[in-house]
Structures are given as C-alpha cells and as structure tokens.
Design a protein around this ligand. Structure first.
Ligand code: BGC
Length: 371
C-alpha cells in the first residue's frame, strides 16, 4: 500500500501498538442486513465534519474518506454534512443522519463537550460513533482516530524555540494564537506548545480563537501589536495555518515584515506551504490525512457490516473522561522550507506543480531543490 510505504519513510507510524480488539459485541443493531421484499437494506455511514474555513475538510478528509468507503463497499451510502463551525447545526445534522438510518456516525465535533449528547442519542439507537480527529469528551464513544495532538503543540513550540534561540532571541515576547476553545485538540496543541515554551520565552499576549477563524486571528494579532508595539514581539505561536495566515496578514497590515518574525502553523495547507517557501511563515505541521481518513473508513465499514475490526489495525487507549477509548493515533511531522520536498511532496500530499504556481514561488522552490 502506498500509504504504508510513506509511513515507513517518515516514521509516521501509528503510535502505541496494543490491543487488537474483535468488535463482536459492538456492532450496531441497525446493521442487520434485513430484507424488505427480497431487497437487501442499504448500509449508511454518516460523516459529520466541523467547518469549511480550514481547507482540509472539503479538500482532503471528505474525498479521501468517501473514496475509501466506496472502494471497500460500493453499496454503502454516505450521508455527508458540514456544520460550518456551528455546534447546534451539527446536533441537527446528527439527528437527521440518525433519522435517515445511519448505521455508523463518524463525528468530528465542533464542540468536544456538547457532542456527548449526540453520542447518547446514537447509543440509544445502537449506532456506534467514531470520534474523528477531535475527541468527544465524557461520552461512550466507540473509537477515536486522530494524531498525537499534544505532540503537534510540542513540535510547533520546539521549532519556534529553536529558531528564536538560533537568532539570539530566546527569552523575548511571543504571541500565542491558539485554536477554538471548544475543540479538545486546541487544548492539547496549547498544552504541548506551553510545555516547551514556558520559561524559555515571555508570553507577550495570548488568545483562544473562536471557531478557529482566520479573521478572528487577524483581529487578535492586531490587538497584540497594539499592546506590545511593532517591535515588542519576536515570534508567533499560531495553532494552524489558517490562524497563522491571519496573524501574518495583521503584521503586513501594520507594516511589519513577517520574514523577521517566525510564525508556526499546522495542516500543511497549500497556502501555508507557499508562505513557508516565500519566508513569510516559518513552519507547519504535516498530518497524513490520507492515513487518518482511510483508517476511519476501514473501521466505519467494518462496524456498518457488523464485522470485527480489521486484524491489521492496532489500537491504543485514550481516556475521554468516561472511558478508555480504543484509538488510533498517528504521528505528526514538522515541516520547514528545507523539508517540504522530503515530506509533503515525497508523500504525494502536494505536487510541485501545485505549489510552484507563480514565478516568485518557482524561484523560491528552486532554492530548496523543488522544481
Ligand atoms: C484539527 C486541525 C485543524 C483545526 C481547525 C483541529 O481539530 O486537528 O487540523 O486545523 O481543527 O479546523
């Protein structure tokens, strides 16, 4: 498998190997392949994603998941919805999916806490729930598939600290632009970053960004610049490429050259990779979404069909406040200008031709061996 080879190449292996669990007891009552007038009942999997402002969901997660489900079982129907960062809308979308006879919910929650009520409704209908990318807290979730999210924050913090140290700027003020306070991942990214940077830099200003909105991040950075002054900070710990892009736009608007202030990111979004090549953003985190989406698809199809978890799948445990959830945690990878080629390009996440779409980018790419 291409994905597996890529994994080995970067050491992006599923983390702890543990218990491989036969799912016998966990299959949904709704998966009965009952016949109505001789016709087999169509199995349905609901994919509920949280937002559209971050590029990954519509351009990576959704198509990769749908493709894998179709490859495994062309007869399965996928009920797709995107909540546009609105937790109440996600509740209605989940209700609709359950009413429409979904046999499995794959849920990436807008709000990690309030999504527990969706899990309760699904459980009442014996429909299993896979917590996708973000952990649903205090709920009887069946599975969790994600990355080591605290490690994401550690990698961001370490890359920023190393860069500031190399430039003789450690100890000075850094602006923290964290993610959405309702996303458990944002809590973990923040925790990881603070574990590296606390005591090594000064925290000049810090914000949680409602809805992970890049516009909000820009406003927060405007406020930080007003508070600290144009020369009052040396770098920005931004939780993802969207918020990093907002922070960079604010700096440019204030007449600050972002090349002089390292900014972190996450998702290896095309715009983020291009900013890194041009020097406006310092780093991003590459998460092999293909592996995440495909593992989830395999799990969801097995659950829908009432089959055991594929024996090749190794699970670890993550506690969500209610139980130790059987989980797959993949490994995030830090990317800077010099490693774009050996990570996102080598793994087929982006083609060189996608990245180098202006003369300026072509020149910047050539300087790091990308052409
Ligand atoms: C995801 C990130 C994403 C962010 C904003 C997080 O839960 O892990 O990849 O950038 O949400 O949607």
């Amino acid at each position: 498998m291409r994905g597996r080879k890529a994994l080995v190449r970067f050491g992006v292996a599923a983390l702890a190997v543990g218990i491989v669990i036969a799912l016998a007891g966990c299959s949904s009552g709704a998966t009965t392949k009952g016949t109505t007038g001789g016709t087999a009942k169509k199995l349905k999997i609901a994919l509920l994603l949280p937002e559209t402002k971050t590029a990954r969901y519509e351009t990576q997660d959704r198509p990769l998941f749908e493709k894998k489900v179709k490859a495994l079982d062309p007869n399965i129907e996928i009920l797709y919805s995107n909540a546009n960062q609105d937790a109440a809308q996600q509740q209605s979308q989940a209700d609709a999916a359950l009413t429409n006879g979904a046999n499995v919910l794959v849920l990436d929650p807008v709000d990690s806490a309030s999504a527990a009520s969706i899990v309760a409704k699904a459980a009442a209908k014996k429909v299993p729930v896979i917590s996708y990318d973000r952990l649903i807290l205090k709920a009887n979730v069946d599975y969790y598939v994600s990355f080591d999210n605290e490690k994401v924050g550690v990698l961001q913090g370490q890359a920023l600290l190393d860069k500031l140290t190399a430039d003789g700027k450690a100890g000075k003020a850094v602006v923290f632009i964290n993610g959405s306070p309702t996303d458990n991942n944002a809590t973990l990214f923040k925790k990881g970053a603070h574990s590296i940077l606390d005591g090594k830099v000064t925290i000049g200003a810090e914000y949680d960004t409602p809805d992970w909105s890049p516009d909000q991040a820009q406003t927060e950075m405007d406020q930080a610049i007003t508070k600290l002054g144009k020369d009052g900070f040396v770098g920005v710990l931004a939780a993802n490429d969207g918020t990093g892009g907002g922070a960079i736009a604010a700096m440019k608007g204030a007449g600050i050259d972002p090349k002089t202030r390292p900014v972190t990111g996450q998702d290896a979004e095309l715009a983020g990779i291009q900013r890194i090549l041009l020097g406006d953003q310092y780093m991003t985190i590459y998460k092999a979404i293909k592996l995440e989406a495909e593992a989830t698809a395999e799990l969801a199809v097995a659950l829908a069909q009432g089959k055991p978890v594929p024996s090749t799948m190794s699970l670890t445990k993550v506690n969500n406040g209610t139980k130790d959830v059987d989980s797959i945690l993949l490994k995030p990878v830090a990317v800077t200008k010099d490693t774009i080629k050996s990570t996102v390009v080598a793994d087929g996440f982006w083609k060189t031709s996608d990245i180098l779409n202006t003369p300026e980018l072509k020149a910047a790419g050539a300087a790091v061996g990308l052409q």
